[in-house]
Design a protein. Structure first.
Length: 211
């Protein structure tokens, strides 16, 4: 690691997000590089869940930072930088989805279970987790996006509302409906499974042969 890389890494650790943004706005490329290093990984993971493709996620993350760099001077919400870049990334992901029509992204089951009522609160096994992820594909896209931002990215309700372009009340409604819908789907599937098992013929015992 050369002296410049060491200095950049030190700046990234020591300075706050707001300090880095202000410095980048004044033309400090090292500060902007620190912002990319700080948010790049989580942004790629966010976009990967949206696209299902590592390559697409990396490409969209790069495009996000290009747009951020171009508009950085006009961004007045310095203290909300992370929300701003997620807004840009989310819009790019929506445009990508409309062009490519990929498989709907899958939420993290544990995050959903921690907040869902009813059947979802009791699901603990790996198989049940897979069922949650599979059924989540059928949720409306806006419900999944709200779940993802709130529980996977750990954004506040206010931040989620800004990213999605909705009111905080709308976001709360989306989250409530998403949890209800997912719980209902899980319950319906469990009822079907139980019914199928009850109708399955039971094996009969085979008597041992006498010698």
């Amino acid at each position: 690691m050369n002296a410049r890389e060491t200095m950049t890494q030190t700046r990234s650790v020591m300075q706050t997000e707001e300090q880095l943004v202000r410095a980048a706005q004044q033309g400090c490329t090292d500060s902007f590089r620190c912002l990319v290093d700080r948010f790049g990984g989580q942004l790629v993971r966010f976009l990967h869940r949206r696209t299902g493709s590592t390559q697409d996620a990396e490409d969209l993350a790069q495009e996000t930072f290009i747009r951020v760099y171009r508009k950085l001077g006009s961004n007045r919400h310095i203290g909300q930088f992370s929300t701003w870049i997620y807004t840009i990334a989310s819009r790019l992901a929506v445009s990508h989805y409309r062009r490519q029509r990929p498989t709907a992204p899958i939420p993290d089951s544990a995050a959903v279970m921690d907040t869902a009522a009813g059947p979802t609160a009791q699901l603990e096994t790996a198989e049940q987790h897979r069922n949650i992820r599979r059924l989540a594909r059928t949720l409306p896209a806006n419900q999944w996006q709200a779940l993802e931002l709130r529980y996977l990215e750990q954004k506040t309700i206010e931040d989620v509302a800004q990213v999605m372009g909705k009111t905080q009340m709308n976001v709360k409604v989306l989250l409530h409906r998403a949890r209800q819908n997912l719980a209902a789907k899980l319950q319906a599937e469990q009822i079907q499974t139980d019914a199928a098992e009850s109708q399955s013929p039971r094996p009969t015992a085979v008597a041992g042969k006498s010698r």
